[in-house]
Design a protein around this ligand. Structure first.
Ligand SMILES: [Zn+2]
Length: 447
């Protein structure tokens, strides 16, 4: 007797799409079969006309727990995730207290365990002062680390270049990957001051204050440090064409550097700010069409391994300001991710198979969660995102499940939507309804 059979669907791997019934036992994938005859099962999910994707993973979310929960918490964030077809998230450390010690890690873990509807990995933060804690954090169960090389929401102090090099030496020994928020602070400070002096307060001034070179210089520096220390490097939310070229060149000479980009960088360009203003304010900013084009190419040719959203909710009040300098950067992403990207699949520039590679397998591999997550191998977690490629809808901010619902994609028409979210064999969301309470678990890194 199987616990669950997902019957009649088209199973999608990075390599192929094939008709199969999926057998699930004890929360794990038990096998794939074909034919008319089904073995007995407690529950049968009919996926006729639907695609069965390995669970979609968002490796960049800010669920704000603990300490900044007026914006979002692990309950509302993960509810948004499962509504959006996301089975696993990786949560960022710029919370209060920041995830810089084992004690802070355990605090976040207990909040997340109590509230999360999806599985989750936790990232540890690197400061100048906690380099001595990094090994203990790795042992406690973080899936990776993050260094904020520029200013952040929460104003976490960036380590010095010396501190970054020392931290990378330590992290290299853990086998984990360190991701960087790559923006050169002094370049941005210079242009911000200049634009303010010119009296600029319009939305596009934010983009001009953070030119491509501010990201590119920082990526180049981080790559050099990683190359010298042997530390695995990840570029968070890559936004520039120069970034794609730098990461591609480093990969070609053997550096273990990976990159992610987000739906906003892949679908929009900065002119969308004329329409939605500060709602699109994000660090790094959404840039020109030439950047979008190069990021799409990088995603397709393997230079960019992951699509992740940088889901970062703020209150409408914090987001709304006629003076762009006073509006906070960031917006919701975890719930709109899958429908927006499936719409791209329908538009034809990315295949469904390649989408699975960059939204499930790739992200899991980068943060040591593979093959438990992100694979279709027998014996691994039975996480699936079931999608209807023909279903059409409209993204409406008011319908999102986050605590605060700002999105620059409000009003976007989508074609291709998640219709069920299955986590460790449990149907957590079906047709927009969430079934059962929060049963998310920590994903520990594979070694
Ligand atoms: Zn960031």
């Amino acid at each position: 007797m199987y616990d669950l059979i997902i019957k009649n669907g088209q199973v999608v791997s990075p390599e192929a799409t094939y008709a199969a019934h999926v057998l699930v036992q004890g929360g794990k994938i038990a096998g794939f079969i074909r034919g008319e005859e089904l073995p007995p099962a407690r529950e049968v999910f009919d996926a006729q006309g639907l695609y069965v994707l390995p669970g979609i993973i968002d490796i960049h979310v800010h669920f704000r727990d603990p300490g900044v929960t007026y914006k979002e918490d692990f309950g509302t964030g993960s509810l948004a995730a499962v509504h959006g077809g996301v089975t696993t998230v990786v949560d960022m450390p710029n919370v209060n207290p920041p995830t810089a010690t084992v004690e802070a890690f355990n605090l976040k873990l207990s909040e997340a365990k109590a509230k999360s509807y999806c599985d989750f990995g936790i990232i540890g933060v690197v400061f100048e002062e906690n380099i001595g804690e990094l090994k203990a954090l790795a042992e406690a169960g973080v899936v990776g680390f993050k260094i904020f090389m520029g200013e952040t929401v929460g104003s976490l102090p960036s380590p010095t270049d010396g501190g970054i090099i020392e931290a990378m030496k330590v992290i290299a020994e853990t086998g984990l990957r360190v991701g960087v928020h790559a923006e050169n602070r002094t370049i941005i400070e210079y242009y911000t001051k200049k634009l303010k002096a010119e009296g600029r307060t319009d939305p596009v001034a934010h983009v001009e204050a953070r030119p491509n070179i501010a990201e590119a210089e920082c990526i180049a520096r981080a790559i050099m440090f990683a190359e010298q220390t042997g530390c695995k490097l990840h570029i968070y939310h890559m936004s520039s064409k120069e970034g794609v070229d730098l990461v591609g060149a480093a990969k070609a000479r053997g550096v273990d550097v990976s990159a992610e980009t987000g739906p906003h960088y892949l679908l929009l360009d900065y002119t969308h700010m004329h329409k939605v203003g500060s709602m699109l304010k994000m660090n790094p900013p959404v840039r020109a069409l030439a950047d979008q084009k190069r990021l799409r190419e990088g995603l397709l040719d393997g230079t960019v391994e992951a699509v992740a959203t940088d889901h970062s909710p703020h209150t409408l009040e914090e987001k709304t300001n006629d003076d762009i300098w006073k509006a906070i950067p960031g917006f919701c992403g975890v719930e709109t991710n899958v429908p927006l990207m499936l719409t791209q699949v329908n538009q034809g520039w990315i295949s469904l198979n390649h989408y699975v590679k960059v939204a499930s397998e790739g992200p899991a591999k980068l943060f040591n969660m593979y093959p438990q997550k992100g694979s279709l191998l027998v014996g691994t977690d039975a996480d699936f995102t079931i999608v209807d490629l023909n279903r059409e809808g409209e993204i409406k901010a008011e319908n999102l499940h986050s605590k605060n619902k700002v999105t620059p994609f409000d009003g976007f028409k989508v074609k291709g939507m998640p219709v069920a979210t299955i986590i460790r064999g449990r149907v957590v969301m079906k047709d927009g309804q969430v079934l059962g309470g929060p049963q998310g678990e920590l994903v520990r890194p594979a070694r």
